[in-house]
Design a binder for this molecule. Sequence first.
Ligand code: PMP
Length: 344
Amino acid sequence: MKKKVNAYNNVLELIGNTPLIKLNKVTEELEGAFYAKVEAFNPGHSSKDRIALHIIEEAEKRGVLSPGDTIIETTSGNTGFSLAMVSIIKGYSCILAVSSKSSKDKIDMLRSLGAKVYVCPAHVSADDKRSYYNVAKRLHEETKGSVYINQYFNQLNVDAHYKSTGPEIWKQTNGAITHLIACSGTGGTISGTAKYLKEQNPNIRILGVDAFGSVLKKYHETGEFDNDEIYPYRIEGLGKNLIPSATDFDIIDKFMKVTDEESAHAAREITRKEGLFVGYTSGAVLQAIKQYADEGEFDVNSVVIAIFPDHGSRYMSKVFSDDWMHEQGFFDSINQEEVQKIEM
Ligand code: PMP
């Protein structure tokens, strides 16, 4: 008789079921128990694996996609990586329209995964025909058998988290969760996860994280789109200069804004104190936890689940580069690196 080999059939079978890891040091001065859902354990190293797989499989079920067809999206970030990975296994072409602001490393990474990358000028308005939105739209119209993922305006993005992230957290905490805290970019993660969790227990508090320079918090509080809220900032993947339909503002109890500088230090703190090499927005989540704690959001009975969206390796030339931190002026107030050099 043939012996059974214990192996996964392909890399996609490893998507989801990410671990919850207790935060021991970074929150030790706060009341409550804090756990991180570490999405870097997905094979594509971010939560975007979940939406890439779900959206593509739904398109297959609906008969919109068959092998040899094309996946199109506008992203240089995590979603691009995940789509390129899923496309390889399922036999699709992957076309990504990215902004010329994207680093060479990122573009090379996507090309390494077989994606065809169109680099579009960054400094044109969204309605310019050269903008990456319009290039993607045009490619979609011109390419027969193509699917435009459009994650900011695609309900399947939310659905992916409603079907996976939410149930996983409920099961992992045995229903003990009192607070969910997550970044909002497209809003898919927080909206879908919250929907499932609130259906189980409507008292769970849903805490959003937004960036200074983004409109989401103000829109949540006033219902108004305030252009004055918008200015450039460094954190990638968090906050927005438009209102994504994938964000369910009604399900979010509160938003907290965080700065580039404090979030960068917080990401480095998680790495050094917990040994967890996670990305910039995980730092944003930790920073927001501290600010929510200052406002008295948590008590000794709180069980807080924080979503850490991706892996630190994506930020080697940014948050995890001392040179970059210096260039941003982020070492001006607390110069940890210089202190270490002197002590050596
Ligand atoms: N962090 C990172 C690094 C991301 O790429 C994203 C996605 N834009 C988010 C957080 C926010 O996730 P969501 O789009 O589901 O709101």
